[in-house]
Design a protein around this ligand. Structure first.
Ligand SMILES: CC(=O)N[C@H]1[C@@H](OP(=O)(O)O)O[C@H](CO)[C@@H](O)[C@@H]1O
Ligand SMILES: [Mg+2]
Length: 519
């Protein structure tokens, strides 16, 4: 992996040169995957994932057969992109890694790649969560305070502000402030242990904190909890009935769960779909208060509100959101697609079922909100409209605007539950998920499957979609799709139906079609 990561460092440095020296980020992590793996993520100057326009160049560089070929690819690309080499432009790449044992060596390899570009400076930011590095790159390029301490104070301070804006009549229930967090034996657990003493209003207990003997992502963490739907390692019978959150290995995924009873391993899962629904309810309520929904007056804060899901969103969640009168937009799987679509709105909320997701507020909307809050403060200080505007502002400060962030997402969940005076059960009762099943099928060439309509239908190989439709027609509330994985050499099958048995059978039948046609 060393050479591949070194080349990624080269890409990141050239990206910074192309952007006139704006900071670019690079994280050494393999997210929710086993500890023996590792990987690299490039963070663009806006704090999001690297522009998709540069992916072909990155692919070509990663696959260059030898140094001469690599040099030719770089020189040709620099010419095409009008990137002036030779140090006439500065460049800076902020690097970070998670807790994997291979991280230190790979970060050094990445630095070599960065330093191969004359004028480029590599800055080692240390061991961070992936969202922290995204946040730092975005903050630095926006001229905001961008240190890790600034991250902590912004997140903790805005959470505290939201708690202070909880209406006094909301009686939080007894267990409300105890929260048990599965840190996946990763960086998220370590950072939360650092932060928790300063987080008022919550009694946080971290399991799999990363300080003990546990193995990263091993039968724990958000991906394990969301896919297997059983209690992660590290939890004890006394944790039953309490509200639990689970991070993945680089803390950019968040799900919640509750251990049903101390005597078995079943959990009640609250996945990304339900986190999205909670945030939608809260934000829409604040907008309704600000706009005086009851007095039919002109809206003081007209807002283009976008809700973005993928095909993996449970059908029940999409129906719930549509019943709220919201337009739900679908994109292919992958944060880069959802994030890009969410940027089209004043407020764009996106979550994948597996817990990747965040809430984006456009700069224009935040500036309007700041002016309105100041106007409310002078004219109707303390009014419900003023409080709602302050809640939205604090939310835009708390939720990571660069990428999904398990820590900031968890704190927004906690603030909203306290605002609504809801227990975990109230949240679970928002809607009932349709039973679902995910399978993986190993085939000769997963790329033979070409999908359309945000991966919900197959257009190649011909005949396969008709077979899938034929199986779906056998089940009530049946839905099923197949797609090639972007991170594993498999075809993924997703099925849902009105019963567990039906969902299992639908998934199995369709997987057999895939295996027979492509096996
Ligand atoms: C079903 C599933 O969980 N797919 C994940 C997985 O992508 P695949 O292309 O399905 O391998 O990894 C991606 C990166 O973490 C994440 O965005 C996506 O949601
Ligand atoms: Mg991750």
């Amino acid at each position: 992996m060393g050479p591949a990561v070194c080349r990624a460092g080269l890409v990141a440095a050239l990206r910074s040169v192309k952007l006139g020296g704006a900071a670019v980020g690079l994280v050494i992590t393999a997210s929710h995957n086993p500890v023996r793996d590792n990987g690299v993520k490039i963070v663009d100057a806006d704090g999001g994932m690297m522009s998709q326009d540069w992916e072909p160049f990155a692919d070509a560089l990663a696959n260059a057969p030898n140094p001469d070929a690599l040099l030719q690819i770089v020189l040709q690309f620099a010419k095409d992109e009008e990137i002036k080499l030779g140090g006439c432009h500065s460049a800076q790449v902020l690097l970070a890694r998670d807790t994997r044992p291979t991280g230190e060596y790979l970060l050094a390899a990445a630095m070599k790649g960065v330093n191969a570009v004359i004028g480029a400076v590599a800055v080692d930011m240390g061991i961070l969560t992936t969202p922290q590095l995204h946040w730092m790159v975005r903050s630095k390029n926006k001229g905001l305070r961008d240190s890790e301490m600034d991250y902590f104070s912004q997140v903790i301070g805005s959470f505290r502000c939201l708690l202070e804006l909880v209406p006094k009549d909301k009686g939080a229930d007894v267990i409300n402030n105890r929260l048990i967090v599965d840190g996946a034996n990763g960086i998220g657990g370590l950072k939360l242990e650092e932060m928790k003493e300063n987080i008022s209003g919550l009694d946080i207990h971290v399991r799999n904190s990363g300080r003990g003997e546990g193995i990263l992502n091993e039968r724990c963490g958000a991906d394990f909890v969301q896919k297997e739907k059983v209690v992660p390692l590290g939890f004890v019978p006394e944790d039953a009935t309490f509200r639990c959150a689970s991070f993945d290995g680089d803390a950019d995924r968040l799900v919640y769960f509750r251990i049903v009873s101390s005597s078995d391993s079943r959990i009640d899962l609250v996945d990304g779909d339900k986190i999205l629904s909670l945030f939608v309810l809260f934000i829409r309520e604040q907008l309704d208060i600000i706009n005086g929904k009851d007095n039919q007056g002109n809206e003081v804060l007209p807002t283009r509100f976008g809700v973005i899901q993928t095909a993996y969103a449970n059908g029940a969640s999409t129906d719930y959101l549509k019943d709220l009168g919201l337009e739900v937009v679908f994109t292919p799987t992958g944060v880069k697609y959802l994030h890009k679509k969410a940027l089209e709105y004043d407020i764009g909320i996106y979550f994948e079922a597996n817990g990747h997701g965040t809430v984006l507020f456009s700069d224009h909307f935040v500036s309007q909100l700041e002016s309105l809050t100041s106007e409310f403060s002078s004219k109707v200080a303390g009014s419900s409209q003023h409080q709602a505007a302050m809640r939205l502002l604090a939310t835009s400060q708390l939720i990571n605007q660069a990428v999904g962030d398990a820590i900031s997402g968890m704190l927004l969940v906690e603030a909203v539950l306290q605002y609504k005076g809801w227990s975990f059960q109230n949240w679970c009762d928002l809607y009932t998920d349709l039973p679902s099943r995910q399978l993986k099928v190993k085939v000769q060439d997963r790329a033979a499957i070409v999908t359309t309509d945000a991966e919900r239908r197959v257009c190649q190989p011909s005949g396969l979609q008709e077979l899938i439709d034929g199986e779906i027609a056998k089940y009530s509330h049946g839905r099923c799709f197949v797609r090639p994985s972007g991170t594993e050499d498999v075809v993924r099958v997703y099925a849902e139906a009105s019963t567990e048995e039906a969902a299992d059978s639908l998934a199995k039948q369709v997987a057999q079609h895939v295996e027979r046609i492509l096996g």
